[in-house]
Design a protein around this ligand. Structure first.
Ligand code: 3EB
Length: 338
């Protein structure tokens, strides 16, 4: 008898204002908003809270089937397992893993970020999920200087880059990511990883790869790919990194309207590059997006423009007011296309 098992990846679902943490048995629930930042594991779920104002946004993570595979040994029937070890909350089921940390604020972020990043990646590998395909990074006071006069985002980028170096991750193997500010506190990082499927990275022809940004943006370049694609037999999923108004390596556009137009154009050009390699994405649409806006006054304009350019299912393009990793950037957009 040949048995097969479902090949799956993780996708988010968004809800506002209501405590849906345990709805539909998610692997993880990220709460954007709350006083007590942190990561805990309870009832077979990772709960992560990021500091911020109410109303709270809940992001729950669910396995989605993208194909069937012949069973190899017992890989098909790995049950859900969750835990917290050396500050890393994790939860896995079958071939998908969610893992996260929260680290308290530090006068200099680099060392704490490097240590926790190495623990996070090492834990993913040790649990059997070496293929990290998407990461999120949120840090307090992202555009402020640390004690040594270095912008905290740049300080963070050093720690992250050193961790990837130390663990032998090649630049072209870095996952898609988001890097965004928080109103307060330290550093929150989470990732999704796969047991057997390596994501395929796509760069954007209109932008320099972030890992090749010149030193004027920081001593170490940001460690991320523009997008990572997970290809299944029945579904292919594109995870789009946080995307802002950047051409080459330079921020462009002073007004919100200019930055919005360039951000949308940048997403189209990334999508076109991905479709060349994965033609099935041509029929795809954005299943969800997350919009980040620096100034509250720009909220409705950003929502309207993105909704027009990339219609998503109702409620699945939530917006967060947040600082963005370059002080001149007013808007950033991430998304998942399938
Ligand atoms: C950019 O393109 C805008 O540091 O992880 C976007 C996505 C950005 C991820 C990160 C930063 C990050 O450089 C900023």
């Amino acid at each position: 008898m040949t048995s097969s098992f479902k090949r799956r990846v993780l996708v988010p679902h968004y809800a506002r204002g209501t405590p849906v943490e345990t709805a539909h048995n998610p692997l993880a629930c990220v709460r954007y908003g709350g006083d007590e930042a942190g990561v805990e594991v309870a009832q077979g779920c990772v709960f992560m809270t990021l500091p911020g104002p109410s109303p709270v946004l809940y992001e729950t993570w669910h396995p989605m089937q993208i194909g069937e595979q012949q069973a190899e040994g017992t890989a098909s029937i790995i049950p859900r397992m969750a835990g917290k070890e050396s500050g890393i909350g994790w939860n896995c089921e079958g071939d998908v893993l969610f893992a996260a940390f929260w680290v308290q604020d530090q006068p200099e972020l680099c060392d704490a970020v490097q240590t926790h990043y190495e623990r996070l990646i090492t834990l993913s590998r040790q649990k059997g999920f070496p293929h990290i395909y998407r990461m999120w990074n949120y840090l307090g006071a992202i555009n402020q200087d640390n004690e040594y006069g270095e912008e905290r985002y740049r300080d963070f980028c050093r720690g992250r880059a050193q961790a990837f170096d130390a663990l032998g991750v090649e630049l072209t193997a870095l996952p898609a990511a988001t890097g965004i500010g928080l109103p307060a506190g330290g550093v929150a990082v989470y990732l999704i990883a796969h047991r057997v499927m390596q994501g395929v990275n796509v760069e954007n022809p209109s932008q320099l790869p972030a890992y090749h940004y010149p030193p004027r943006y920081g001593r170490r370049s940001p460690s991320f790919a523009r997008a990572t694609v997970m290809e299944g037999e029945s579904q292919t999923v594109l995870y789009l990194s946080g995307t802002a108004s950047i051409r080459g390596h330079e921020s462009v556009g002073h007004t919100l309207d200019e930055q919005l137009a360039i951000t949308i154009e940048t997403i189209h050009s990334l999508r076109a590059a991905a479709e060349k390699r994965f033609p099935c994405l041509q029929a795809g649409r954005f299943e969800s997006m997350k919009l980040y806006v620096r100034h509250p006054k720009d909220v409705s304009a950003v929502q309207a423009a993105i909704e027009r350019a990339f219609p998503c299912p109702a409620g699945q393009a939530p917006l967060l007011v947040a600082d963005i990793c370059r002080a001149e950037l007013l808007v950033e957009v991430e998304g998942i296309l399938l």
